[in-house]
Design a protein around this ligand. Structure first.
Ligand SMILES: [Zn+2]
Length: 211
């Protein structure tokens, strides 16, 4: 998949400890292959993991399952919490802006193509996608101002381009697979989870794996 859009979502869940594993379980219960989002950004309601932590869902080279009509050409980011009830936390916004600017840079995505799930309707009105893909959802939530998010992204003077590690395609695939395995089994090494997150979110690792 070559992504042209970034679609923002809310988990629409007010409970505690929501993370990529919980969402993965929800989506498997729908008989999907697994989590439909490419990234999950945690909030301040997790007992073990920090506010703003970015977790990897589906790998970016695979089509997501998050925005019917746009899945084959978009990356899905889900912010934990309920965007109809409460705004994202400052830490979530910080991670969100960092993640989106990275992805915009990596995949040459313009700020206009950073949209909220509900804005599929705008795309349908512009005949970019068929009108049957209009959604009744308010996702990422009525508290979330997509125009303000795009304005802030547009103000980012130059997208930070990290030093690229020169790696071949097989190494990238192996790294992505290794991270997926570590994420899957993270509960088994409780004392190393902070280091794992730090490793996964290191710019060098991000530049190597998000391709
Ligand atoms: Zn959504």
């Amino acid at each position: 998949m070559f992504p042209e859009y970034i679609v923002l979502h809310t988990a629409a869940f007010t409970g505690r400890n929501c993370d990529r594993d919980m969402i993965d379980a929800w989506h498997k219960a729908r008989r999907w292959s697994g989590i439909g989002y490419h990234f999950v950004i945690l909030n301040d309601k997790h007992d073990q993991k920090p506010d703003g932590a970015v977790e990897i869902g589906r790998l970016t080279n695979k089509s997501g399952a998050h925005a019917l009509g746009l899945n084959s050409c978009s990356l899905g980011i889900c912010c934990v919490g309920h965007g109809d009830k409460v705004d994202f936390t400052p830490a979530q916004y910080k991670s969100l802006y960092n993640l989106i600017t990275d992805l915009m840079s990596e995949f040459s995505i313009s700020v206009d193509n950073v949209i909220g799930h509900r804005e599929l309707n705008t795309l349908a009105e512009k005949n970019i996608i068929p009108s049957r893909y209009k959604t009744s959802k308010s996702c990422p939530g009525t508290k979330i101002n997509m125009h303000a998010i795009r304005d802030k992204l547009a103000q980012t003077p130059t997208l930070i381009k990290h030093e690229r590690t020169s790696v071949d395609e097989n190494s990238k695939i192996a790294m992505n697979n290794a991270i997926a395995i570590l994420q899957k089994h993270r509960a088994q090494f409780p004392n190393a989870q902070d280091e794992l997150d730090e490793f996964i979110n290191h710019p060098e690792v991000i530049s190597m794996t998000r391709a």
